[in-house]
Design a protein around this ligand. Structure first.
Ligand code: GLU
Length: 475
């Protein structure tokens, strides 16, 4: 590779939210730029005004910001090649169109819609593909910008090109036709605009999805017409749905990337997960920090086969990334996801317990919604019959609970810890026929539930007073 600075870009069209597939492409472009101390450009491709969805540009930037995929040049921060929104660059496309006109590689489309319709019908009747280039006028008119400007493919030939991921690719002449460069509304087509911009902005690596492979011969012929060497193509594999045989689509769960923020995923985990959907540095290690990813990333190790989206894997990875945080950070986040009335001392003591049960912060809210923490904050009503263990009499249970209270009273408040409580309860329980005779009613008296965390843990969190009060109530 020459010592030319690496320049990559993410060039979304503002047609709605960006889903995970697009973001993965952006991530690879970003990683490659960061790894090589290059430039990562954000460019908005808004030349199809009909498909534009209001608010998308803001949404795209917000998504990238959440993921920490910062750009060095872009619509909001400018840069050497500003503006970075295509609709604000129309003069530049016209300038490049003029170069092609001057070279004899572009002509105004002389036909009306009806005439084109007739050509199409004729081709259909003759069972031939319809090609504009077969109707190319002999003499080109002067372009007055009211007609679409078409590209005159310089040479009809088979193209072969190299893709960093796919190796050598090729296409026959049927892939080539005189396509529109600039529409009659004055906007360029994607096919033209992105090439002009990639040339102007010095893009060295075009990272994008597979859907552009079939148009690549057209792109190559434009580069040839300009006499410019094309950038390197890095075509990413598709992301497959859970079942593995279909591309992940919006319909089967390809979500807005910001939904993952709302659900309380860590952006570092999402990035780690996305990076591995179609890339593997080799080895067993799966949990990578952002810096580590930049270090190991290599476009040559992007895989061809589509990787399957798997929520369980993402959740696992998210938990692994939570474990990389400090105790304070974990406590802060868990508390933030608890409702206000639970953000108190008990809430703080619940942190380790909640931590065990979550893979993302949003799970905290689910635990709360299911009422699993309610009993820590208020005494629960329960059917006293539930205190009975197997065929042990109520009298015996009552007696056991009295013993428990007496024993627990001996522990000083400041020593009321899981370890000490466990010690006391187990000593008592071990003297009985079965431990359940003590442990079951205690668990029930404290939580009102058959299934709960260990009674010792509950007791420590509730504190000595509340624990004794609940046991007393049971008696
Ligand atoms: N605007 C195109 C899209 O959103 C970008 C393709 C490219 O990266 O060249 O699909």
């Amino acid at each position: 590779m020459s010592d030319k600075k690496i320049v990559t870009r993410f060039a979304p069209s503002p047609t709605g939210f960006i889903h995970v597939g697009n973001i993965r492409t952006a991530l690879y472009a970003w990683l490659w730029a960061r790894k090589n101390n290059g430039q990562f450009i954000l460019r908005i491709e808004d030349t199809d005004k009909e498909r534009e969805v209001e608010g998308s540009i803001f949404h795209i930037q917000k998504s990238l910001k959440w993921l920490g995929l910062n750009w060095d040049q872009g619509p909001d921060i400018g840069g050497l090649y500003a503006p970075y929104i295509q609709s604000e660059r129309l003069d530049i496309y016209k300038k490049y169109a003029q170069i092609l006109i001057n070279k004899g590689f572009a002509y105004p489309d002389p036909y009306s819609e009806e005439e084109v319709g007739q050509f199409r019908n004729k081709a259909e009747l003759e069972k031939k593909p319809f090609l504009y280039r077969e109707h190319r006028p002999e003499k080109f008119d002067i372009w007055d910008e009211t007609k679409p400007l078409r590209f005159k493919i310089p040479e009809i030939k088979n193209y072969k090109w190299n893709d960093i991921v796919w190796g050598e690719l090729s296409a026959g002449t049927e892939a080539l036709d005189d396509f529109i460069l600039i529409k009659s509304d004055g906007y360029p087509t994607y096919n033209f605009a992105h090439i002009v911009d990639d040339i102007e902005m010095g893009v060295t690596h075009v990272v994008r999805g597979q859907e552009f492979i079939s148009s690549t011969p057209k792109f190559l012929s434009v580069y040839e017409a300009f006499g410019i060497t094309p950038p390197l193509f890095v075509t990413t594999p598709p992301i497959m749905g859970d079942s593995g045989n279909k591309k992940l689509s919006k319909r089967d769960g390809a979500k807005d990337i910001l939904d993952y923020e709302k659900e309380g995923y860590l952006s570092d985990a999402v990035i780690n997960y996305l990076a591995f959907l179609g890339f593997n540095p080799g080895g067993e290690k799966e949990v990578y920090t952002r810096e580590e990813l930049i270090n190991v990333f290599d476009i040559k190790k992007i895989q061809r086969s589509g990787a399957k989206w798997n929520d369980d894997k993402l959740n696992w990875l998210n938990k692994e990334h939570i474990k990389l945080l400090s105790k304070n950070e974990i406590e802060k986040s868990i508390l933030e996801y608890l409702p206000k009335e639970m953000q108190n001392d008990i809430g703080k003591k619940l942190v380790p317990l909640i931590f065990e049960r979550i893979s993302k912060w949003g799970d905290v809210e689910d635990i709360v919604t299911r009422g699993e923490l309610d009993f820590f904050f208020k005494k629960s009503d329960y059917d006293k019959g539930k205190l009975i263990y197997k065929n042990i009499s109520l009298e015996k249970i009552k007696n056991n609970l009295e013993l428990v209270i007496k024993a627990l009273e001996q522990i000083k408040e400041e020593n009321f810890t899981v370890e000490n409580i466990k010690n006391v309860l187990m000593t008592l329980a071990d003297n009985l026929e079965s431990r359940g005779e003590v442990l079951h009613p205690v668990r029930f008296a404290l939580s009102g539930l058959d299934k709960s965390p260990d009674p010792f843990i509950i007791a420590e969190i509730l504190g000595k007073n509340e624990t004794l009060s609940r046991l007393q109530k049971a008696i």
